[in-house]
Design a protein around this ligand. Structure first.
Ligand SMILES: [Zn+2]
Length: 379
């Protein structure tokens, strides 16, 4: 081939070769949020659950990043600012739910920040928040509410019924009925009144939810069976042909190391189950934590239980002391180092390197193929 005809062939090929591949978009996004589940906790949970390192299902995912969790103004975040960053793309002050860094906690509202759940509502997708702790607690609340103070359970819960976009969060399942009732009572209402006024029953248990209710709210007093809640939620959310956004929180604080590590192992099993039931061609799964926690592995022997000595230690110490057993030291504070973010599904390949937690919001928006509103302050 002459040089000239070679050039012609190359030019003819170029447009084809350079044409961008059609972007793979996510129809659905599920965020799995291990509250306080830092990398040291994940490492310990694998030893605790499986007697080996790196046996958790989420530790097998192909894409991962280390996510900085620091909030505006400090080094160590609480769940409110941590989750706000993940669902709005903006770092705010500790204690603040989806309002900007101009908020004064407990005193003055700041700029409301549009959450990924609200973007989904605005576009007609179905949305849900599930938690094994209070559904008005900071992590789920940051998805559907805006408040200058995470401690106002009544006001936060009532925002479910006064959405800024779409018809508001569709599926709500968690606990905290007592504190939410008390919070709502402070506003001069009771939950039954709210229920009939808003024409949305607030069920006391998962069993009460009829199969034909596509927007169930469950607020239990007793602990919730989160896997059961997730199955119910996914069965209704997946009916929407436009897709859905779902956030599932499972507490991973290890003040009580057995409870915390059991929670992580249970959560990981649930994630494995969900990953096997959804279509990973159109569903982005994102696992991360809002912040890390003061758990360190300082010893231990292969073949021995990680929590060896814990029961004896508990008999002689109060729960406020730092836990000190052969394998672990566990304090009671959040810590500031990066947490794992890992993902699979469309857009998961963007989860890489050292990133701010706010980047997770942009990764989800890009996966859906949505543009951020220009008025959303970024940082
Ligand atoms: Zn937290």
């Amino acid at each position: 081939m002459s040089y000239r005809s070679f050039l012609v062939v190359c030019l003819l090929c170029l447009p084809v070769a350079a044409a961008p591949k059609p972007a793979k978009r996510a129809k659905n996004v599920i965020v799995f949020l291990a509250d306080a589940g830092g990398t040291s906790t994940l490492n310990a949970a694998s030893w605790h659950g499986y007697g080996e390192p790196q046996k958790l299902y989420v530790q097998s995912w192909p894409y991962m990043a280390l996510s900085d969790t620091s909030p505006a103004g400090s080094l160590v975040t609480d769940s409110a600012a941590g989750m706000t960053a993940i669902v709005t793309g903006v770092k705010t002050q500790n204690g603040v739910l989806s309002q900007g860094p101009d908020t004064v906690r407990g005193k003055q509202n700041g700029t409301p920040l549009k959450t990924i759940l609200e973007y989904a509502e605005e576009r007609g997708l179905s949305t849900g928040v599930l938690s094994n702790v209070s559904i008005a607690d900071a992590t789920p609340a940051a998805c559907y509410a805006h408040s200058n103070d995470r401690g106002t359970a009544g006001e936060i819960f009532m925002q479910i019924f006064n959405p800024r976009f779409g018809d508001g969060v569709d599926v709500v399942m968690g606990v905290g009925r007592k504190s939410i009732s008390a919070g709502v009572a402070k506003l001069g209402k009771d939950l039954n009144e709210v229920s009939s006024e808003k024409k949305r029953p607030i069920y006391e248990s998962l069993n009460e939810v009829p199969a034909d209710n596509l927007r169930p709210i469950v607020v239990q007093d007793s602990p919730i069976n989160l896997p059961e809640a997730a199955r119910k939620a996914l069965s209704v959310l997946s009916k929407n042909r436009k897709g859905y956004f779902l956030m599932i929180e499972w507490d991973a604080h290890t003040d009580d190391p057995r409870k915390g590590l059991d929670n992580v192992v249970g959560f990981d099993k649930l994630i494995r189950e969900i990953a096997s039931t959804v279509d990973l061609k159109d569903t982005l799964l994102l696992f991360t934590a809002d912040h890390s926690f003061a758990l360190r592995t300082v010893g231990g022997k292969r073949g021995e239980p990680l929590l060896k000595g814990l029961d004896e230690w508990k008999k002689e110490h109060t729960s406020r002391e730092e836990v000190a057993i052969p394998a672990l030291r566990v304090g009671h504070s959040h810590t500031g180092e990066e947490v794992l973010a890992t993902a699979q599904g469309p857009g998961a390949d963007q989860v890489k390197g050292f990133i701010p937690n706010t980047q997770l919001f942009r990764i989800m928006m890009n996966a859906y193929g949505w543009k951020e509103d220009s008025q959303q302050p970024t940082n």
